[in-house]
Design a protein around this ligand. Structure first.
Ligand SMILES: [Zn+2]
Length: 209
């Protein structure tokens, strides 16, 4: 016959277990595990052989992106920072964008910082950033950020990387319209990023960061 002491101990374990699962449910999706993604940053050298932006500028872009992605359970970590040949400094054409694919690091989210990025649809304009897929091999995709970009541009392009489209709402990260108020993702975007992050993690396409 099982002793009373053993039965009580088993009951204690059971209630501790169900309490833990109740707490996990109460905390909701925000308590989902944080998934960390490795960023490989490549900074083009300008004409004088100097990087078009310094490490502090890059870190400010990453910090802003990390802050905005944190509610989606996504952490962004700088896994590598390297120099990019001056021939990639001025990105003028679709072919120039495609050529950057030769400098990609495998199993990381590649971010290319360049001196200038011309709009390929309207060549009179310059872009602050773009999420680009190599045209012949679209699975090779990466982010390009121009040196004159304000701090939220990396977050915007990573939003595209995680599957988001544009928003028409002022001060949304994915909008072109800014009033000067703090920018953020909305709840639906946060959920979309969370799902994309889950899929990326399951695919094991990226190294753990
Ligand atoms: Zn965009």
């Amino acid at each position: 016959m099982v002793s009373r002491r053993v039965l009580l101990a088993a009951a204690g374990l059971l209630s501790a277990g169900s309490l833990a699962s109740r707490l996990a449910r109460a905390a909701g999706p925000a308590a989902a595990p944080v998934r960390a993604f490795p960023l490989s940053i490549a900074v083009a050298e300008g004409d004088e052989g100097k990087p078009v932006r310094d490490e502090a500028w890059v870190d400010a872009q990453i910090a802003e992106a990390a802050r905005l992605f944190e509610p989606a359970g996504v952490a962004l970590r700088k896994a590598a920072s390297r120099a990019l040949s001056p021939r990639f400094s001025r990105i003028e054409t679709r072919a120039d964008r495609d050529a950057l694919a030769s400098a990609l690091e495998a199993r990381r989210i590649n971010v290319m910082i360049v001196a200038s990025l011309r709009d390929v649809d309207d060549p009179r304009r310059f872009r602050m950033g773009v999420h680009w897929r190599h045209r012949a091999t679209p699975e090779r995709r990466f982010v390009i950020v121009a040196a004159h970009a304000p701090p939220t541009v990396l977050a915007h392009e990573l939003g595209h990387f995680f599957g988001l489209g544009h928003s028409g709402t002022d001060d949304n990260v994915m909008s072109y319209s800014r009033t000067g108020a703090p920018v953020s993702f909305d709840a639906a975007q946060i959920e979309a990023i969370r799902s994309a992050a889950r899929r990326h993690a399951a695919s094991k396409a990226f190294d753990p960061a």
